[in-house]
Design a protein around this ligand. Structure first.
Ligand SMILES: Nc1nc2c(c(=O)[nH]1)N[C@@H](CN(C=O)c1ccc(C(=O)N[C@@H](CCC(=O)O)C(=O)O)cc1)CN2
Length: 289
């Protein structure tokens, strides 16, 4: 392996420490303690783990933890009422609806009941629109975490060719917008891209969020490129990503591992967003772009 590893666990720890310091400062200045409300509908085992970890991280950063658990059979109206109750509570700075929700629920309609200044996932139409327009607002945690990782490793974005594989609302689309805001030249690839490997070989920075195990191999990576793997798949031999790590690490200059790359940044940036949201609600400017 010739690539250097991007250590997401270490950077996430730094972000969480910064947030804990920020929370302590806000409270010392007489501000309200930031509070995060997580909503979990159903009993998806991975979601249970993610929400538990979010709640623990929130408490460790000195924030208040509000949690609502609803059964798989919960109706749209019931979830909406829970969101409305949390929206009206000024102790709650951030509201997060864990995804995916059970199939009978309309997640987009639910998300849009979250007030945009409590939307710590950056998924409401208002925050998505603010991002598209390059205006301040709350940004989705995983792509914001990837930008932070690239900054920590001094990967230049202005003028860089960035290829994003995947167009999900949670990662691919906001990822493209975030690097565009940093003056990258952006290509978004997806399942109908004609020659995926050829498109990926353009990349100085290749970000893979396709949700397809081990989709990207050595043939899709230009020598010296930076490769960010957002996939998390559970196999017999543990976790792996959307990238064939061993192959890609032979040609890339920097690469994220799975686990320990992008994943830990998702929760760290959620805490960051919750602190930003609390400051915003208490009179500070909207979170910077
Ligand atoms: N409302 C949201 N739902 C979901 C989001 C989100 O950002 N907002 N993202 C994913 C899941 N997710 C957080 O919710 C998440 C995924 C992965 C990790 C993580 O730390 N991964 C570790 C491996 C952990 C493991 O053993 O499984 C890693 O990659 O090192 C944290 C959070 C979907 N839903």
């Amino acid at each position: 392996m010739s690539a250097r590893l991007i250590d997401g666990t270490a950077v996430a720890r730094r972000v969480r420490d910064e947030v804990a310091k920020g929370v302590a400062e806000l409270v010392a200045q007489g501000g309200r303690t930031p509070g995060l409300a997580t909503i979990l509908v159903g009993d998806d085992p991975a979601s249970e783990v993610y929400v538990r970890n979010k709640r623990r991280a929130c408490a460790a950063a000195g924030m208040r933890d509000f949690h609502r658990r609803l059964p798989t059979t919960a109706r749209q109206e019931e979830v909406r009422e829970v969101i409305a109750e949390l929206a009206a509570d000024d102790q709650v700075s951030g509201i997060l609806l864990q995804l995916p929700v059970p199939a009978h629920l309309d997640s987009e309609a639910l998300l849009d009941h979250i007030p945009y200044d409590k939307d710590v996932d950056g998924l409401t139409v208002k925050n998505v629109g603010r991002l598209a327009q390059g205006r301040p607002g709350l940004r989705p945690c995983t792509p914001a975490g990837i930008v932070r990782l690239l900054d920590e490793y001094e990967v230049p974005l202005a003028g860089a060719e960035v290829v994003v594989v995947g167009r999900s609302v949670l990662v691919g689309r906001p990822m493209a917008q975030l690097v565009l805001a940093r003056h990258a030249t952006v290509t978004v690839c997806h399942s109908r891209t004609k020659d995926l490997a050829e498109a990926c070989r353009r990349a100085d920075v290749l970000i893979v969020a396709a949700g397809v195990p081990q989709l990207i191999g050595r043939d899709a990576v230009r020598r010296g490129a930076v490769v960010v793997d957002v996939g998390i798949h559970r196999g017999d031999e543990g976790l792996h990503g959307d990238v064939r790590f061993e192959e890609v690490a032979e040609v890339a200059s920097l690469v994220t591992p799975v686990p320990g790359g992008v994943g830990p940044m998702t929760i760290a940036m959620l805490l960051h967003n919750t602190l930003e949201a609390a400051r915003w609600q208490q009179g500070s400017a909207a979170p910077a772009a």
